[in-house]
Design a protein around this ligand. Structure first.
Ligand SMILES: NC(=O)c1ccc[n+]([C@@H]2O[C@H](COP(=O)([O-])OP(=O)(O)OC[C@H]3O[C@@H](n4cnc5c(N)ncnc54)[C@H](OP(=O)(O)O)[C@@H]3O)[C@@H](O)[C@H]2O)c1
Length: 290
């Protein structure tokens, strides 16, 4: 990374990760620009992945751009593979090409779904082995972006948890209202905290090292384990958790890995970033009282 250029670009400033990342970069004193499809202020660019036109978007180089947009709902990709491929692969690669044309290195956020979750701890050197449409699209985007060579970093993530969004927010709301919440005891994640992910993404960008990196939880736990762990810090909440099987429920589960955790051989060796333990993730999630 060119340290003269202290301006970062977060493509997808409204996403869970992009939003926290932009805030963290600002707190570190960097100038941050974001893209959105709901323009609010001057430091934002309007960008809609849908039409894919990015030719006039960025004329100046940034120190690094983070690609955090896309159709992230696996069921939506499964239901409409053609349209989601257009956004998640074709238009994403075009956008990255535009960044490359103005000499901006970029970090593409990918996922553990490029593997099928059958093998334990696949690392950065393991071959693709997806079993979902979403995973196929992530793998296709990765391959096209890696072909750009220098300036491309791919970061594959396991499940990112934050207190105020997604499943954690849902569990906590139920606990607060003393309502029963169903938690799958046969669906596994290797959770990482939003802070760990954003701090590591910044470290990867600052290193200027390209190629594939993994950011993963060290431990594999079920959603039921997660719910019980969260409940343990709230008196009476444990009784709200109903541990059930996902196969017995009516839910459409697209990705059901036996082993969601990623190996981090290259990430540890090149940058010293270690997998995050479930204890650390829970400490982050419990750090604000309900
Ligand atoms: N969160 C995880 O657990 C996790 C795990 C593995 C990998 N990842 C990867 O990390 C990246 C970010 O994930 P996230 O969870 O932070 O994402 P997210 O919260 O689901 O946000 C997705 C973003 O994409 C934007 N978007 C969707 N369609 C768009 C379009 N046509 N034009 C412009 N923007 C569009 C959305 O914009 P609106 O807000 O306007 O709808 C939203 O801001 C994704 O690539 C994801 O695959 C995430």
């Amino acid at each position: 990374m060119n340290h003269e250029k202290k301006q970062f670009l977060v493509i997808g400033g409204d996403s869970l990760i992009g939003n926290r990342l932009a805030n963290m970069l600002s707190t570190l004193g960097y100038k941050v620009f974001t893209t959105t499809r709901r323009c609010k202020h001057d430091a934002e660019f309007f960008y809609d992945l849908e039409n894919g036109n990015c030719n006039n978007l960025f004329n100046e180089p940034f120190a690094c751009a983070f690609l955090c947009v896309g159709i992230t709902d696996m069921a939506a990709c499964h239901a409409d593979p053609e349209h989601s491929y257009l956004l998640n692969v074709t238009n994403t690669v075009n956008l990255a090409d535009r960044l490359r044309s103005v000499s901006t290195p970029f970090v593409f956020l990918s996922s553990n779904t490029v593997f099928d979750g059958a093998a334990e701890y696949p690392d950065e050197y393991s071959g693709y082995c997806f079993n979902t449409e979403y995973g196929r699209q992530k793998a296709a985007a990765e391959q096209a972006l890696l072909a750009f060579g220098q300036g491309t970093s791919i970061v594959r993530l396991s499940k990112v948890l934050a207190r105020d969004s997604g499943i954690v927010a849902k569990f906590l709301q139920c606990f607060k209202a003393r309502q029963t919440c169903d938690a799958f005891n046969d669906l596994f994640i290797a959770p990482v905290s939003l802070n760990y992910v954003c701090q590591s993404l910044i470290k990867i960008a600052q290193s200027g090292i390209g190629g594939i990196f993994h950011l993963s939880g060290q431990n594999e736990i079920s959603y039921a384990d997660l719910a019980f762990c969260l409940a343990d810090s709230i008196p009476g909440a444990r009784a709200c958790v109903r541990s059930i099987s996902s196969t017995a429920s009516n839910s459409l589960i697209i990705f059901k890995p036996s082993h969601p955790a990623l190996g981090m051989t290259r990430t540890i060796n090149t940058l010293g970033i270690l997998p995050e333990s479930v204890g650390c993730v829970l400490t982050q999630l419990n750090s604000i009282s309900i």
